[in-house]
Ligand binder design. Structure first.
Ligand code: PEP
Ligand code: MN
Length: 336
């Protein structure tokens, strides 16, 4: 059961609600986010929720039977839209394109990607500075120096920054240089990281785990929300299967299913999803038609020279074609 409290509820009214909730045998968890104040009450007993609903100080109340509550569409029917400022909004009503290299490599590389994004009116650039790599000997990113450069050049060009955070201790040093924190597939169930990102209040793009179920992804998002941060988007990036013809299986089934289960925006990553640059465009168009709120993909001036994920990175010419086709596909989808 979710109880939304009135903004600025006086302490005595809140205490009274907590007392009544505990008397019916429910355990209340208090959640204060940047948007509102809730009590998530967990219990099994059946009772008439109007009994709690009529108490002074209660703004809204709903029973939600899923394990995840606050991110459920049963609780909130209205889709969440995340405002990054300067006219950049992610969520239903628009189609967001986030593009850039797998890894930030140099000033010249950032500048060339930024110029490509500007020419195509793309407002969000991706790029990793802390890279989770399967091999400890592979390039692991430029770290904070790379992030500061990435952020400076993007700010000068009115572009938002999305980059991966790998551990709790990095949040504080990164936070002023990031518009959206990405949680990678390998950290999808790092609950300490999710808790801290909840407290940080910055928008988060949460990727599905390599072998993660949708239920696990949704529960991971609930961690962030219940620690105070409603600005979450989910990302389908492919799951591991027995098929060896491509890197992962991009599970586009997840898009309509997630859209029904949660009010959070759903983004698709076709680059990691298939792992082969020749098919990234087809999968991005399929993602649009499946109902995604946006895509995040890898592009580089000279993909074959990219420091990481070269095989799945498209060049700017391919990226430009993709952008214009995705926009046409989105218009078509919206006209149905
Ligand atoms: C990435 O975005 O470059 C990345 C490492 O993604 P994932 O966590 O989905 O593997
Ligand atoms: Mn990558």
């Amino acid at each position: 059961m979710i109880i939304q409290l009135q903004q600025g509820i006086p302490a005595d009214l809140k205490e009274n609600i907590l007392k009544q909730v505990s008397e019916i045998g429910y355990k209340a968890n208090e959640v204060i986010t940047q948007e509102a104040h809730y009590l998530v009450a967990i219990g099994k007993k059946d009772f008439d929720i109007r009994y709690i609903g009529q108490l002074p100080g209660v703004a809204d109340i709903h029973r939600v039977s899923e394990e995840y509550k606050l991110i459920s569409r049963k609780w909130r029917v209205e889709p969440t839209r995340i405002d990054l400022g300067d006219g950049v909004v992610i969520g239903e009503g628009s189609f967001s394109i986030m593009a850039g290299p797998c890894s930030i490599e140099s000033e010249a590389q950032i500048e060339s990607v930024v110029a490509h994004l500007k020419e195509n009116n793309v407002r969000i650039m991706r790029g990793g500075v802390f890279k989770p790599r399967s091999s400890p000997y592979a390039f692991r990113g430029m770290g904070m120096d790379g992030l500061k450069m990435f952020h400076r050049i993007c700010r000068e060009n009115d572009i938002k920054v999305i980059t991966e955070v790998m551990q709790v201790s990095q949040i504080e040093e990164m936070i002023d240089y990031v518009d959206v924190f990405q949680v990678g597939a390998r950290n999808s169930q790092n609950f300490n990281l999710l808790d801290s990102l909840g407290e940080s209040q910055k928008p988060v793009l949460l990727k599905r785990g390599i072998s993660g179920t949708l239920e696990e992804l949704l529960q991971a998002a609930e961690y962030i929300f219940s620690h105070g941060n409603e600005k979450i988007m989910l990302c389908e990036r492919g799951i591991r299967s027995y098929e060896g013809a491509y890197r992962n299986v991009l599970d586009l089934n997840a898009v309509p299913v997630l859209k029904e289960k949660t009010h959070l925006p759903v983004i698709v990553d076709p680059s990691h999803g298939i792992g082969l640059r020749d098919y990234v465009e087809q999968m991005s168009l399929a993602a649009v038609m499946a109902g995604a709120d946006g895509v995040i993909y890898e592009t580089h001036q000279t993909p074959e020279k990219a420091f990481s994920d070269a095989q799945q990175t498209v060049n700017f010419w391919e990226s430009e074609t993709m952008i214009s086709r995705m926009r046409k596909a989105y218009e078509l989808r919206e006209s149905f």
